[in-house]
Design a protein around this ligand. Structure first.
Ligand code: GCU
Length: 664
């Protein structure tokens, strides 16, 4: 009897352990429950298409769809649907229609998510068409499996095991991406090792491409512009050298023989020490076009990055515009210039990059950073949809009122061969994929906005919370608000009012506004950006300063140039402001700065209290993990506040108000 009891206890313990693991983050937002045999008998799912992607769609529905009969139809004439789908009633139930098989897959996930969210399908009708043609993740993964600016463990790609051994996570990764409409991925770091183009690695890449294909995902690679010289043994990599062109032609042919639907190359050239066409006195257009011409016969794209700046006297924020605008009209139609959302570097808040819209005849795409290089790594809960939307919805005025960054890049205002949007991935080998459980929301949000940039941050948070954690109203309502607030909170405790790049040197975690390395590049030093002195603080980018405002279209130029009309959340981005300047709140600039830093700290404390109250809605494993991360975030927020205020106080020479939590 005793023995039996003991056995039962052991069994129970084993079950609890297994069960608690089943509740961990590996499943992401994909928590559909398998249909029972009875449920499966009650509905039919049919398709006439044998396409592997259509079969994949059917398989998912066979496994999880409970509601009604479903007919999956490919209608080649439905050209308006592109990669999208339509769902409508037919006499037997619902019909899912797409022009291509991949549309059926997106439709299948859409239906399964709707089912999870408890939608009524009795008179269901919807049409969905993606905002951007190419919805691509950029992995900054190195071949040794470290990840540049990656905070979720080592790379998912186990290069040393490929092409023979295949991790189950490759397929899980592809499925997760397909479920939110992501259809492309760059596997390796923009600071690219030439080795990725060696035959050895291409054979490994092929294996991943073969797995991803079933989920409608195309593989792209970052390439090093010096590859012909480094791995091809040529004397240089000059884009006008015939031997170099020949080398690329052959390499590209080899790639397409292995991977017939290969997407294309991403290139970081003449940026932060990377080689490029300028090494040979050629332009970005010369370099990009040479590759584009060799890609053209296969339908491949060249994504050419505009993240360029050099330590000159010129304001770093102006340099991309200065280098690229004169090249407008010179790029081939399969080249797309990839521009970071802000002109400096993925800061907590930046204005949009002035280059958007400024090249009238060149396709442009936006690059966001999903990984939180400048936002507390995977330790801080920061929901990025509001940041992404802030840029996408910014009006550039390039083609008159309403020329938002979204419309400039999605092909609405200017016809492009293919529109695209990129996000630097926050994914790694961690069991929960992104380090922080809430980092998953940023992967999800990027995918959803790439699919439909009209969705609101609230809608996306709401969906994600319900699919990932719990459908309880109180939980969803409370946590959605917390997520929405979290972006402004991080701005408050790190860099309020347009302050930027005052991070600790190189690793970018934590504050170092005092940072100074005599041997280092001036444009990597925080004082280059905050310019604090006894008179005030901020970067003068007005007409009397660097005149970065001059790169923006009216009315923005005037709005930003004038201290009274410049939005206060960008004030110190565009102006050097005196410590006693009166803010709209009637506080002085110094008091306002203290107020914001403190506000950020208090908000994180509130996040902690809020999360504690969510315990009843969340499994213990994820609850504890998020709770500990919030502890770190709260400690870091105090660190930011104290470090920045004590340092800036040496210039402002004013007391820190007693109304805030003062550094001790
Ligand atoms: C930032 C980041 C680098 C990265 C670079 C880029 O500067 O710190 O690690 O390589 O951006 O986007 O190319």
């Amino acid at each position: 009897m005793l023995l039996l009891r003991l056995r039962l206890i052991v069994l129970y313990l084993c079950f609890s352990i297994v069960n608690s693991h089943a509740e961990d983050g590996r499943k992401l937002w994909l928590r559909y429950i398998k249909v029972s045999d009875q449920q499966a008998l009650n509905r039919t799912i049919k398709t006439t298409s044998n396409h592997p992607v259509a079969q994949q769609a059917k398989q998912e529905l066979d496994n999880y769809w409970k509601s009604t009969n479903l007919q999956l139809t490919i209608n080649r004439k439905a050209t308006n649907l592109k990669d999208g789908f339509r769902i409508q009633q037919n006499k037997n139930g619902l019909e899912l229609i797409a022009q291509h098989a991949v549309g059926l897959l997106y439709g299948a996930y859409h239906l399964l998510n709707e089912q999870e969210l408890g939608r009524d399908f009795s008179s269901y009708q919807i049409e969905e068409i993606p905002s951007f043609d190419i919805r691509i993740l950029n992995h900054w993964d190195n071949l040794d499996r470290t990840v540049e600016r990656g905070y979720a463990g080592y790379s998912l790609w186990k290069w040393e095991e490929l092409p023979i051994q295949i991790s189950p996570r490759y397929e899980e990764y592809a499925r997760a991406n397909a479920s939110i409409g992501i259809n492309a991925t760059v596997l390796n770091n923009v600071n690219a090792s030439p080795q990725i183009l060696s035959s050895e690695y291409l054979n490994k890449v092929k294996v991943l491409a073969d797995i991803f294909r079933k989920y409608g995902i195309k593989v792209y690679l970052s390439v090093n512009f010096s590859s012909p010289k480094v791995i091809g043994g040529l004397k240089d990599s000059d884009p006008l050298n015939k031997d170099v062109q020949h080398w690329w032609k052959h390499k590209i042919k080899e790639v397409y023989q292995l991977i017939p639907d290969f997407g294309g190359f991403l290139v970081k050239a003449n940026s932060e020490g990377q080689p490029g066409p300028q090494d040979y006195g050629r332009t970005h257009a010369d370099g990009a076009n040479m590759l584009a011409d060799e890609m053209k016969p296969y339908g491949g794209m060249i994504m050419w990055r505009a993240f360029v700046y050099n330590p000159t006297k010129e304001d770093r924020a102006k340099q991309a515009y200065q280098e690229f605008v004169p090249l407008d009209n010179q790029f081939r139609d399969n080249v797309i210039v990839q521009i970071k959302n802000g002109p400096v570097d993925f800061q907590p808040r930046e204005p949009f990059t002035s280059l958007f819209g400024a090249m009238k005849n060149t396709a442009q795409m936006i690059e966001f950073q999903i990984t939180q290089e400048y936002l507390g790594f995977s330790n801080h809960l920061v929901y990025l949809a509001p940041l992404f939307k802030e840029t996408l919805d910014s009006d550039t005025y390039a083609d008159g009122v309403g020329s938002t960054v979204a419309k400039i890049t999605d092909g609405t205002l200017r016809k492009v061969q293919k529109s695209a949007i990129a996000g630097v991935a926050n994914i790694g080998e961690d069991r929960n994929w992104t380090g922080h459980h809430f980092g998953q929301a940023n992967w999800y949000a990027f995918g959803r906005l790439a699919w439909n940039h009209q969705l609101s941050s609230e809608e996306i948070a709401d969906e994600w919370l319900r699919l990932t954690f719990s459908k309880e109203k109180e939980f969803v309502h409370t946590m959605s608000k917390l997520m929405i607030d979290s972006r402004e909170t991080v701005v408050n405790y790190m860099m309020p009012m347009g302050l930027h790049h005052i991070f600790a040197f190189d690793h970018h975690y934590g504050p170092e506004p005092w940072g100074d390395r005599p041997s280092g590049r001036a444009d990597w030093m925080p004082w280059y950006y905050h310019n604090a002195n006894v008179n005030g603080i901020g970067f003068n980018r007005t007409i009397s300063g660097s005149n970065a405002v001059g790169q923006y279209n009216e009315p923005l130029r005037t709005i930003y140039n004038n201290i009274d009309s410049c939005p206060e959340n960008l004030l110190l981005w565009f102006h050097h402001v005196s410590w006693n300047h009166k803010m709209k709140s009637q506080r002085t600039l110094w008091d306002e700065l203290c107020f914001y830093y403190d506000q950020g700290v208090q908000e994180v404390r509130e996040f902690q209290r809020t999360w504690d109250q969510m315990e009843k809605y969340v499994d213990a494993e994820r609850f504890n993990a998020v709770q500990s991360k919030l502890k770190i975030q709260s400690k870091d927020a105090v660190w930011w506040k104290d470090a920045c205020l004590l340092y800036f106080q040496t210039f402002s020479r004013q007391p820190i108000p007693y109304s805030i939590e003062r550094p001790i």
